[in-house]
Design a protein around this ligand. Structure first.
Ligand SMILES: [Zn+2]
Length: 153
């Protein structure tokens, strides 16, 4: 049996993130919508968190949101593969659910509530396994100021 040299990529949590291409560079957040009260939930759910209805449908959620709250994590959970300290952000999607993930590529001084962020996928290699997990992070969306995005500080 010849070993494949191609490494596979899988979603870190298929109930919350669906990869939309083979390389795992793009993905979409998944959730549920209650047919009775219209509320959205991030990830899988059997019952509506608001009205406890069981009449839920699977939906795709927006990959953008605004920073609702954040914390600087200096003592990471066991097995945390990234650098420390890191920023853990709680981001509110336009549909309502909050999504917790690391906020990358932002200096601590630039962090502020209301910051516009977008989903960014990052590959985490799984030990010696050839399977890589794609994890979701948040990354600031550059402000579109029209012509000349050169920053003047
Ligand atoms: Zn409901």
């Amino acid at each position: 049996m010849s070993a494949s040299t191609e490494s596979k990529v899988v979603s870190v949590d298929p109930s919350r993130l669906r990869l939309t291409d083979g390389e795992g560079t793009t993905g979409v957040f998944l959730g549920m919508r209650c047919r009775d009260c219209g509320i959205y939930v991030f990830g899988a759910a059997l019952f509506c968190q608001s009205c406890s209805s069981g009449d839920l449908e699977s939906v795709e959620l927006s990959g953008r949101g605004i920073l609702y709250s954040y914390t600087i994590v200096r003592v990471p959970p066991a097995g945390w593969p990234g650098p420390v300290p890191y920023v853990l952000g709680e981001v509110e999607l336009p549909e309502g659910p909050h999504v917790l993930a690391e906020v990358t590529d932002i200096p601590e001084a630039d962090l502020k509530i209301g910051l516009a962020v977008a989903m960014a996928l990052q590959k985490v290699q799984d030990g010696q396994s050839e399977t890589a997990r794609m994890v979701y992070k948040w990354r600031p969306i550059p402000q579109f100021t029209g012509v000349g995005q050169e920053e003047t500080r």
